[in-house]
Every structure is written in structure tokens, then in C-alpha cells.
Design a protein around this ligand. Structure first.
Ligand code: 13P
Length: 252
């Protein structure tokens, strides 16, 4: 049985004061009890990882893990502005998002670089959250499944068996930050196609890997999405900034 996982991606938002309020509010909510067999994480911007790790530790917030939004494809060296996976591990991260569409689109990240980042994250002892997804044009021209399964195939060719230790996040680009959520059935169909693609490589890996949905997840659509057989949780952007909304999604 795959656990349900909810991960908040704050993107480039937050500050010292609001982060503290967020963690304290989520802690109070989680202490009142959470559904069992689920995992939760939050991915603040790099400079706040240390602050958030400290707060989570001080409050003994056992339910919540820490994640980062990206990692370098390199181990160490002359890569100005980049952050190595080993550094994220030292800061207390358990998850690292790689290949988010905002990085693919704004920083020209290609599948090979995404796989190289995932390998660094795995080697450092954390779980990569590998993002895939199609644009509106690709969906409207009937190529959504081909594009997404092509992205998965590239990851399979590099990561092979190590995919068993990764998470996949299906994030249709047209649904990110737009309020236009994929219907539960549209999302389920793509998650099923992704699992089928993974099964062509290895049935066990396909059965084991959690596939999260991302794109305008909100408290009022999370229940329907998470009830789908191949949707194993959510990667939540905008709604994760509000601690009450994040809690409501975690409890969905
Ligand atoms: P929104 O939830 O704001 O649509 O963002 C989704 C996302 O990109 C999470 O990584």
C-alpha cells in the first residue's frame, strides 16, 4: 500500500516572521491529530531551510518533514549560485523537488539534467520528487500522454531501479497557479498512463512509486483527487502558503 504524501512548495515566498507563524499554526493543527499512514513535507526557499528545520525540531513536529525546491546536478565545485544535494541533507531535508516546470521553462532544464539532479539527491540519501507535465498546447493537440510518458521514459533510462526510491509529481503546466485544476478523472488517467509506462520497465517499481498530483490543489478539490486509485497525494503550491489550507489538504 502506497502512503498518501502531501508536499507544500512555497516557491519564492515567505519571510522569517511568516515562516514562523506558518510552522506554529501547522504544528497546532497537526497536534490535534492527523490521519494515519500519511506523510507531509514543506519546501521553503533555500535561505529559510535552516530556520524551518530549527522550528520543526524545537516544536518536535514529528509529522512534518523538510524538503528543498531544487538541487545541483553536480557534487561540489565552481558552480556559483548552486546548492549541492549533500548541503540540503545536512540542513535536514528529506525531499528535493527536481525538474519543476518553472525550472524547465525559465532555466532551460532538460530531462537529462533533471535525472542527473535526481541521482545527486538519491546519492545524498534523500527522496527526489521528479516533476513531469504537459503544456496547454500539447494537451490541446492530443499529445499530453506522449509528452509526459516521454519525460518518464528519459528518467527510467537513467535512473533504472533507483526510481523505486523516487516520487513522481504530475503537474500539468496549464493547471499550475491558474486555478484550472485537472478534473480528478483527467489526472487519474495520466497517473495511470505514468504507472503503465513505469510497469513496462518493472512491475514492482510501478506498484511501489507514489505519484503526486500538482496544479491548483485546494482544500475543496483535494478529497476527490486523492480518492483516485493512482493519485497518491499532492504537490501544492499557492494553497500551501496558507497554513489552514495546507492543513485542510493534509487532512483531505
Ligand atoms: P499551484 O498549487 O499554485 O497551482 O502550484 C502547483 C505547483 O507548481 C507545485 O509545485
Amino acid at each position: 500500500m502506497r502512503p498518501l504524501i502531501v508536499i507544500g512548495n512555497w516557491k519564492m515566498n515567505g519571510n522569517l516572521a511568516s515562516n514562523q507563524d506558518w510552522i506554529k499554526t501547522v504544528a497546532r493543527g497537526m497536534e490535534r491529530g492527523m490521519p494515519s499512514g500519511r506523510k507531509y513535507a514543506v519546501c521553503p526557499p533555500f535561505p529559510y531551510l535552516s530556520q524551518c528545520a530549527g522550528l520543526i525540531k524545537d516544536i518536535s513536529l514529528a509529522f512534518l518533514s523538510l524538503g528543498a525546491q531544487d538541487a545541483s546536478a553536480h557534487i561540489a565545485g565552481a558552480y556559483t549560485g548552486e546548492v549541492a544535494a549533500s548541503m540540503l541533507k545536512e540542513m535536514g531535508c528529506q525531499y528535493v523537488i527536481v525538474g519543476h516546470s518553472e525550472r524547465r521553462q525559465m532555466h532551460q532544464e532538460v530531462d537529462e539534467a533533471v535525472a542527473a539532479k535526481a541521482l545527486q539527491v538519491l546519492d545524498a540519501g534523500m527522496t527526489p520528487v521528479i516533476c513531469v507535465g504537459e503544456t496547454a498546447d500539447e494537451r490541446n493537440s492530443g499529445r499530453a500522454e506522449e509528452v509526459v510518458c516521454g519525460q518518464i521514459a528519459k528518467q527510467v533510462s537513467v535512473l533504472q531501479d533507483r526510481l523505486a526510491d523516487c516520487l513522481i509529481a504530475y503537474e500539468p503546466i496549464w493547471a499550475i497557479g491558474t486555478g484550472k485544476v485537472a478534473s480528478a478523472q483527467v489526472a487519474q488517467d495520466m497517473h495511470h498512463a505514468i504507472r503503465h509506462q513505469l510497469a513496462e520497465f518493472d512491475e514492482d517499481v510501478a506498484a511501489h512509486v507514489a505519484i503526486l498530483y500538482g496544479g491548483s490543489v485546494k482544500p475543496d478539490n483535494a478529497v476527490e483527487l486523492f480518492a483516485m486509485p493512482d493519485i497518491d497525494g499532492g504537490l501544492v503550491g499557492g494553497a500551501s502558503l496558507n497554513p489552514q489550507d495546507f492543513l485542510a489538504i493534509c487532512q483531505a
